[in-house]
Ligand binder design. Sequence first.
Ligand SMILES: Cc1cc2nc3c(=O)[nH]c(=O)nc-3n(C[C@H](O)[C@H](O)[C@H](O)COP(=O)(O)OP(=O)(O)OC[C@H]3O[C@@H](n4cnc5c(N)ncnc54)[C@H](O)[C@@H]3O)c2cc1C
Length: 419
Amino acid sequence: MNGRRDAIVVGAGIVGICCARYLQREGFSVTAVTRDPPGEACSAGNSGGFGVSLIAPVATPGILSRIPSLWLDPRKPLAIEVSLLPRLLPWFARFVSTSTPARYRAASRARASLCERVFEALEPLLQDAGAESLVRPRGMMFVYDSEESLAAARPVHDVARAHGVPLEELDAESVRNREPALGARARCGVVSPTTRHTTNPRRLVQMLAADFRRRGGRVVEAEVRAVEGGERPRVVLAEESIAAQRIVVAAGVWSGSLVRHFGLRVLLAAERGYHLMAPGDGVRLTAPVTLSDRNVVITPMENGIRVTGMAEFARVDSPPNVGRARRMLAQAEDYVPGLDLSGAKWWMGPRPSTPDSLPIIGPCPGEPRVLLAFGHGHMGLAFAAITGRLVASLAVGRPPDVDLAPFAPARFTRGIAPA
Ligand SMILES: Cc1cc2nc3c(=O)[nH]c(=O)nc-3n(C[C@H](O)[C@H](O)[C@H](O)COP(=O)(O)OP(=O)(O)OC[C@H]3O[C@@H](n4cnc5c(N)ncnc54)[C@H](O)[C@@H]3O)c2cc1C
């Protein structure tokens, strides 16, 4: 590439901003175009976990037999908007088909290749932004109601161990020694010492975005109507269009519609999650705790205690089901005596989820100058910085240090990828 390099990133969630920063580090002049202010979409309200022990994909072998019980569970950890079912069928078919042992192993390997690089990619961005104190190296704990449920989860933890992730099992006493705020319901646990968490995911994106601007990056708050390919690709806004040498589509769950006219039909679902945020007066937690039997995560944040959960497959703009989410998330009170969620503020955000639990990272088929970086599902916070680094490698034509084949955008258009 000759002369000044320039790039446009569509989206300023955690993934878009990390792509923008890594492109900037490669010497690109970067414009981020975003409908919402940086960090205000899905990236605002997550659980804050850099979950480097979450190597196994969601579609574990045998998942098919567990879906009905999750769906029919009166506590509703899984909800599906029924009128959307016909459109979701291909997604669920692919989800189930990736749960064979061989595909499960392949997806675990691919996730491990990102998990291994989470912090080496994140740290330079935190340092540049002076945001190191927003990420705490305190580990996280999965707790279980019984030895039986821990035993049922052990195969998933064993996948992480097989990839070199340290995990330590704890009895009831050790669980409470680690987190004295937990009550008697948590009978045993597993600690992931290498997991870190941010105490404010929204502020983290805002600080990275401020650093991006300070270094000459431009943030344009506008809706991208279309992305056009070619020698010098462009984004079309309401009144103008802007061209650059490279365009990165990092628009979270909204990305699919921006690339459809390239003939790319990605399987991307809005898997909506909720949080309740309570002041948490008097409740002291040192690190995130996952209530594994309830599919709920509790995280100590800088402005209170955040309780997150729900996998609600719905239209991105359907009205939120706040009552259901409150009932589901209030289960956290059973585990943390003293936690009062009655007046807690709620939030809902759409995880951009692929059926194989792998993000889409790579050039758009047939449009080598349009790079795709979306579909990070439950791992967008954790995988954002390494995604940014990989995208920047692709943008300058340097071979990326991760095998990108499992993340290739075309895997959904070619039918089911071989394991
Ligand atoms: C309850 C919950 C808990 C979670 N917990 C964790 C966790 O602990 N760890 C973890 O790693 N992940 C977690 N996640 C997932 C994580 O939050 C997401 O994967 C991540 O935020 C996705 O980031 P993104 O940048 O791709 O999308 P978003 O944050 O949604 O950003 C999309 C951006 O694209 C812009 N955009 C969209 N369409 C257009 C358009 N047409 N024109 C211009 N701009 C556009 C938006 O304005 C926005 O700026 C959680 C998610 C939820 C809901």
